[in-house]
Design a protein around this ligand. Structure first.
Ligand code: ZN
Length: 419
């Protein structure tokens, strides 16, 4: 560092914390506001026949060149975050498929996957094509294959392919991609490099007392990924999930700032399934029976987004037929700003916890909920879309939007919730 810069930096260190924007009082107000919100949380029973399993996707361990994380540390972090599952995605190498962790660890289901990066010599960045592959049985050598060829081989083995780091991905026309990260922690941090000096100061002054609040200050609405996703879902069903991209490999100013526990508590992918095993989990992720929640602000478990007329027709991820009297229902454990999006455009919004709106037009509908914390709207929940088709044959409508088992559709009681 040039000597002339040192006094200026020292001054910055002294002034910024005192300026109010990063003082302990600021973080304490954030913490108090979040705790107050959490006290308003109302538990919601899951849709009949389904349970809400919070988990994380995109996790690296010592099987990756850039992480030293052990399975014990990952499971400890998963317990701290109340996870039901962890999807491992070590950087693709043969060891993942001989030594990779999978199975049950203290009631937490661990699935083995890997991350294949092409086009950037192994570096993660804006120009990389990065793919998460799940459910692969045998190692495949990606060296001589193009991304579309890799995806084809993954699908042949019955695996799933999800785009990671969507802002750098280019092979969008590849056949067989199941979905994409609509949020990635690393992308969010790197997208705002210009804030790094502020992060350094926050870590130095406040991280020890306010780790959750400082960590979640990186969060911005993933506008570009959502725009891409909205365009893709208008072509076909395309599932969304969150990428934690957890490495537990960043130590700054003597502090571990990206522990697995912190990363896993920050954002979770909630899967809606009848039970939890590898098959059910992969099926739910691929079909979009899932939503993304920044649970650091409040536990989103129980969030529901479904269509009925009023009998239950389908939930997020499902494709259903437009019928007379069709309506969409949103139920949230905490009241917030709910935005209803059709084909990528916000068409209605409300400040509430429970909301039902009629559907008059076919389209791809999803919802997002934001919470007001200390005067700022913070993104909280992103649902997968419900695909409402005007031209779906009635038999397909029944099949795609099949009622959860145990749900007595029609008749007097139309609530699809468990009692
Ligand atoms: Zn990664």
């Amino acid at each position: 560092m040039p000597r002339s810069l040192a006094p200026a930096l020292m001054l910055l260190f002294l002034i910024l914390p005192a300026s109010g924007c990063t003082s302990h009082a600021y973080w304490q107000r954030q913490k108090d506001a979040i705790e107050a919100l959490q006290k308003t949380r109302r538990p919601i029973p899951p849709l009949a026949g389904y349970r809400d399993f919070p988990g994380v996707v995109h996790v690296h361990s010592l099987l990756s060149h850039d992480s030293r994380g052990t399975m014990d540390e990952i499971i400890e972090g998963a317990k701290q975050a109340g996870l039901s599952f962890v999807v491992m995605t070590d950087h693709h190498n043969p060891r993942v498929y001989t030594q990779g962790f999978e199975g049950w660890f203290d009631n937490i289901l661990v699935i083995r996957g890997s991350e294949i990066i092409k086009g950037c010599a192994g570096r993660t960045g804006d120009t990389c094509n990065s793919l998460l592959i799940l459910g692969l049985k045998n190692y495949l050598d990606p060296a001589a294959l193009t991304m579309p060829q890799i995806i084809a081989r993954v699908k042949r083995q019955g695996g799933l392919a999800f785009v990671a780091h969507p802002n750098g991905f280019t092979d969008w026309d590849s056949q067989g991609i199941d979905g994409m990260e609509i949020y990635d922690i690393l992308d969010d941090a790197v997208d705002h490099r210009w804030r790094f000096p502020k992060y350094f100061l926050d870590i130095e002054y406040s991280f020890r007392s306010y780790p959750e609040e400082v960590f979640s200050s990186i969060l911005d609405r993933p506008t570009e990924a959502l725009r891409r996703w909205d365009a893709l879902t208008q072509q076909r069903r395309w599932a969304g999930l969150a990428g934690n991209d957890a490495h537990q490999n960043i130590r700054l100013l003597g502090r571990r700032i990206d522990s697995y526990g912190l990363s896993f508590r920050f954002v979770r992918t909630h899967v809606l399934a009848e039970g939890l095993n590898e098959t059910e989990l992969l099926r739910a992720l691929a079909s979009g029976h899932a939503y993304v929640a920044f649970d650091t602000f409040s536990d989103a478990t129980g969030f529901a987004f479904w269509a009925g007329d009023p009998a239950f027709k389908g939930m997020q991820g499902d494709e259903i037929r437009l019928t007379t009297g069709l309506r969409l229902t949103v139920q949230s454990p905490v009241a917030g700003r709910i935005e209803l999006i059709r084909n990528g455009t916000v068409i209605r919004q409300a400040e509430t916890a429970q909301w039902t709106v009629p559907v008059e037009e076919a389209g791809v509908y999803r919802v997002q909920i934001s919470l007001t914390i200390e005067g700022s709207l913070r993104p909280w929940i992103f649902s997968n879309p419900i695909y409402i088709r005007g031209d779906l044959p009635s038999s397909q409508g029944e099949r795609e939007g099949e009622a959860p088992s145990g749900f007595a559709g029609g008749g007097g009681d139309v609530s699809p919730y468990n009692k």
